[in-house]
Design a protein around this ligand. Structure first.
Ligand SMILES: [Fe+2]
Ligand SMILES: [Fe+2]
Length: 163
């Protein structure tokens, strides 16, 4: 915890930490949703979808890492128990109970669209108040935008194939 680094934050640090912990919980749930989806997915284009899901799961885990680093910098404590993720999450968790490739893609697109909304709001909250968090969120948001597009492109290819 760096005192000057915290002092320059021009917003309620407790509130900011709550927002960061919520996003942190989302990232862990997204990581698991992708990781497990890659294991159970079935159907056409399975191999391409597995490769994408595994890449995304690694990105979400990296996002959780980035958010923890910032939470600790700000003197906060990351959610210490997985069961807290369910209390804190913005975007929830969609179990891949239907392993058909189209369903898995749709669930993860929904998750990405939720994440894009969450990080856009976090940018609005930190604009001009906390440039360090702002910059971190820009990096994460760029990945989520890419993720949405990757998955929608796969869904389009799949739709062409299923015709
Ligand atoms: Fe993420
Ligand atoms: Fe993502």
């Amino acid at each position: 915890m760096g005192t000057k680094g915290i002092a320059i934050v021009g917003m309620d640090v407790g509130k900011l930490l709550e927002l960061l912990n919520r996003a942190f919980s989302d990232e862990w749930l997204a990581y698991y949703q992708y990781w497990l989806g890659a294991k159970v997915v079935k159907g056409p284009m399975k191999d391409a979808v597995i490769a994408e899901l595994l890449q995304h799961s690694a990105d979400e885990l990296r996002h959780a890492d980035m958010l923890t680093t910032r939470i600790i910098q700000l003197g906060g404590t990351p959610a210490l128990e997985p069961k807290k993720w369910y209390d804190l999450t913005n975007c929830g968790y969609d179990a891949p109970s239907d392993p058909f490739v189209k369903k898995i893609l749709e669930q993860n697109i929904k998750g990405e669209q939720c994440a894009i909304g969450v990080y856009t709001r976090l940018l609005e909250s930190t604009l001009g108040k906390d440039p360090v968090t702002y910059n971190l969120v820009v990096q994460i948001l760029s990945d989520e935008v890419e993720h949405e597009e990757d998955l929608q492109a796969l869904l389009e290819d799949l739709a062409g194939m299923l015709k």
